[in-house]
Ligand binder design. Structure first.
Ligand code: ADP
Ligand code: MG
Length: 661
């Protein structure tokens, strides 16, 4: 048997037409379809050429090898050509009332003879009769459906010897025709079946009815353009009924369940598999089984019209009935006696294509990766093309399917992605807010710089003169007190203006290498520490040298430290911790003070925001800190707790500075 021989690939996917709906995966009786690169591709080694996927694909993405050109070439050659027409033709050419016009049309294509495979079926039925009548014969499986032959050969190789070792009607007919019309004749089988293209080398080519119609159309041949001609001999009889359910039985004049041999018939993509399974288990041990992969050959993938099972069946029966009424029985018997002496025996070879069962652990892992942990997670919805989640997982383990084919799992993943996108949006929003903050700071800086610059000189003059006046006036003088206030307030104004100038001074950094541990330690010298406050320094750094602008960075530390001390009027702990990672130095300054309420946390870096009483706070400390840290390409974060039921109150500033050497 030449598997698919020159017709390779026999059934395949048209690239880009496939919309990955998994219908073909679901309908393929042997799971020979794999989703690769967004296309449901046919795995040639597993395919049994039944053509089911071709029938069910609504997109026309599954197609089979077209032999039309090869047949046309053959017809234009010098060879004697003979067409052998499958007995299901009445179910295809319903519009042609008299079959002789169809014969005429086929002859017009250039065939020298047009014969009926039904005679082959008559001969084959006779061979089966011998088996069924023999009490000694073991249970057998009929072998006339090529897809069934592939199926058993690949997936039940142990049953290969159970096949009836008999030619298919087409193969038998090929032997008859060659004997009658010459061994050098070139034969073309014309029928409803795609798998026939892979059955044997008995025929030069195999055309489906749909391909035959294509050639008719191309050559503009129809019933009106030809004369009616009868089939060439040998004439056939009951074999005409062969392609329909129980056809084999009817053609050997035996009814199911009667006689010595009992015959079970099963057709269609699920039933034939069930029958084989039961047969393999010995549950139908004293029966012969007649199997057809399609629902009878009349629904083969090579028919043009889908469905209409019953009217098609009727057409085949009607044709057979009329044939039997008009049969020249003497002529039939003459041929039957002559050709039934031929050898119709046939051998089968098993080609095991079974994939070893995956380990249970592997299947469990795959199920888990699809979010299926327990029985209730197994929805068995079938959307993936497999009947159960378990079967799907097995197919994934075998490399035939992907976990993405699980619809509920993919929907859940989609939901998660949406959540992730929402989270990123949230982060983006935060970044936008931070940007707004720095823009605000920048414009604030410009305005402040202008005002501060203008105010600095007159303020200097006011402080200078008020201070001279204050020194010159006797303390008992009644205006001394007023002058003193003027001087103090002018000093305060100078402080504010000084702060503003600091804040606005967006000068460049003057980086120099510095030991950050010593630097942090020295920051405590620039602040006044009340006795009730304990200072702790925790150092976790081994490489303390980093490049910073030390004047500005000192302002950062002291501003934060001063705030911390001011937040602990009743005493507490001021802690400075230094950590390092590969690229960053982390400075954590925390206090055990009052903490900052959530509402204020958002505002603390805004210039002039202060909760301190007039004269005490300017609200310029933290904006300055923020600006300097950012200039160092660093990050600053705050965490705070004001609720002592949730633990120690206090505030923590975390500064991260890149290690630039
Ligand atoms: P100022 O110290 O002049 O008020 P800052 O910009 O330094 O201005 O601080 C702004 C505000 O942030 C403070 O008024 C205070 O409310 C709050 N704050 C800053 N640091 C702390 C801290 N360690 N504990 C509690 N509140 C703080
Ligand atoms: Mg401050």
């Amino acid at each position: 048997m030449s598997r698919f021989s020159k017709h390779n690939p026999l059934v395949y996917t048209l690239i880009n037409k496939c919309r990955v709906c998994f219908t073909c995966v679901r309908e393929c009786p042997v799971k020979a379809i794999k989703i690769i690169n967004g296309q449901a591709e046919v795995i040639q080694e597993r395919c049994i050429a039944c053509g089911n996927c071709v029938k069910v694909c609504s997109q026309g993405a599954k197609v089979f090898f077209q032999s039309t050109e090869l047949v046309e070439e053959l017809l234009s050659s010098d060879y004697q050509t003979i067409a052998c027409i499958a007995p299901s033709f009445p179910a295809e050419f319903i519009e042609i009332e008299d079959y002789r016009f169809l014969v005429g049309m086929i002859k017009k294509l250039g065939f020298d003879y047009v014969t009926e495979v039904a005679f082959g079926a008559d001969l084959v039925a006779n061979e089966y009769k011998k088996i069924f009548d023999n009490i000694e014969s073991k249970p057998t499986i009929t072998s006339d459906c090529p897809a069934i032959v592939h199926y058993i050969s690949h997936y039940h190789p142990d049953l290969i010897d159970s096949f009836a070792k008999i030619d298919s009607p087409a193969m038998a007919m090929a032997k008859v025709v060659k004997k009658k019309y010459g061994e050098n004749s070139k034969l073309v089988f014309i029928g409803p079946c795609v798998a026939k293209k892979s059955e044997s080398d008995s025929f030069e080519e195999v055309l489906t009815f749909s391909e035959l119609r294509t050639i008719f159309k191309k050559k503009n041949i129809n019933a009106n353009s030809v004369k009616p001609i009868d089939f060439d001999e040998p004439v056939s009889a009951k074999g005409a009924i062969f392609p329909i359910n129980h056809g084999l039985l009817q053609s050997i004049d035996r009814k199911e369940g009667l006689g010595k041999g009992k015959v079970v018939s099963a057709e269609g993509k699920t039933k034939f598999k069930e029958a084989i399974n039961e047969f393999e288990k010995g549950q139908i041990s004293n029966q012969h089984i007649e199997l057809l992969c399609c629902d009878g050959c009349i629904l083969g993938a090579g028919m043009t019209e889908k469905g209409k099972l019953f009217s098609k069946r009727m057409k085949v029966s009607e044709y057979a009935e009329i044939k039997l009424q008009n049969i020249d029985i003497e002529l039939f018997n003459k041929y039957f006696n002559e050709f039934s002496k031929l050898d119709f025996s046939r051998n089968f070879t098993a080609i095991d294509r079974r994939i070893p069962e995956p380990e249970k652990q592997e299947i469990d892992d795959i199920l888990k990766s699809m979010g299926k942990y327990e029985q209730k997670d197994m929805l068995n919805c079938g959307a993936c093309g497999y009947e159960t989640c378990f079967e799907h997982a097995v197919a994934v383990a075998e490399g035939l399917a992907e976990s993405e084919m699980c619809l509920p799992f993919t929907i859940e993943k989609l939901h998660n992605s949406i959540e992730e996108i929402n989270l990123s949006n949230h982060k983006l929003e935060n970044a936008r807010k931070a940007l707004k903050q720095s823009e605000k700071l920048a414009s604030m800086g410009q305005v402040s710089a202008g005002i501060a610059h203008e105010l600095n000189n007159p303020l200097g003059i006011i402080t200078l003169y008020s201070s001279i006046l204050k020194d010159e006036i006797d303390k008992k003088d009644e205006i001394y007190h007023d002058i003193k206030i003027i001087n103090e307030q002018a000093e305060r104004c100078k402080n504010i203006v000084g702060g503003l100038l600091n804040f606005a001074r967006k000068n460049k950094l003057q980086l120099s290498k510095c030991n950050i541990v010593e630097f942090a330690e020295s920051s405590f010298n620039s602040i006044i520490k009340p006795d009730n406050i304990d200072i702790q320094l925790i150092n976790n750094i081994t490489k303390p040298i980093i490049a910073i602008d030390s004047t500005q960075m000192m302002q950062v530390l002291t501003n934060i430290e001063k705030n911390a001390i001011e937040a602990m009027p009743d005493g507490g702990i001021l802690k400075l911790e230094l950590n390092e990672s590969e690229n960053e130095i982390e400075i954590i300054i925390s206090d055990t003070g009052t903490g900052i309420c959530e509402e204020n946390i958002e505002k603390i870096f805004t210039p002039f925001f202060t909760t301190k009483s007039a004269g005490k706070g300017t609200g310029l400390g933290l904006p300055l800190v923020y600006g300097i840290v950012k200039m160092h390409k660093g990050k600053i974060n705050v965490k705070s707790n004001i609720d002592n039921t949730k633990g120690q109150t206090g505030t923590t500033f975390i500064i991260k500075l890149p290690k630039t050497e």
